[in-house]
Design a protein around this ligand. Sequence first.
Ligand code: ADP
Ligand code: MG
Length: 237
Amino acid sequence: NGKPETEIIKELQAKYDDKIDLETIKTFVDFPLSPNTIKGLKASGYSKPTDIQKESLMLALAGKDILGAAQTGSGKTLAFIIPILEKLFCKQWTHLDGLGALVITPTRELAYQIFETLRRVGVHHNFSAGLIIGGKDLKFERKRIDQCNIMISTPGRLLQHMDENPLFDAVNLQILVLDEADRCLDMGFQQTMNAIIAHLPVKRQTMLFSATQTKSVKDLARLSLKDPCYISVHENA
Ligand code: ADP
Ligand code: MG
């Protein structure tokens, strides 16, 4: 419809603190989501939210820090992609605002899958997305990195950019996501993750998703989580 964007944003934001009875949620349209995201979801074949998406979406939209646990294949990717798109949409984010959301995942393959999902679901938004993973030309990544609104990355390559690239700037960052958070935070990545986190503004929304809620995921102090919401979804097969 022809409603001005500011009007759409106001109406969405007014609903973020509503208590929605999750039993009444049938499709993504029952959530306060922007028309662009709804269109992207539909075109990608997503109509009914999965349990982890249902349980986490309103909390994420309300800006809460989230610790989400649900088994592999349960749809955790959209549980953070959708809130990222909505947050940047509501902030009317443009390329001038720089990096708004950072997703860290342990492997290149996962990063690539998340990037593809973001591209499909986010196609009607105007954000630029970057894939920062090893094995690509660092110089090429480097030139474009300052134009990137949403970055999907692996820890080692991300830190390399932070350390070596003067164009890297996370000062406006709104959302940090750790996908497969237990793996991101386990010993192999500990030093790298600590160094990355030290580069990020503390005032941000942080979302951790993994298959299990391990002890290291509960290492909240390290990530400056504020009063996080624990969401755990177990499917009874
Ligand atoms: P996880 O990260 O929890 O392992 P993914 O986010 O990779 O799970 O999703 C697993 C599969 O489920 C993917 O193929 C994805 O396209 C599909 N999927 C996710 N959400 C939905 C949904 N709401 N409706 C239908 N399929 C979905
Ligand atoms: Mg996943």
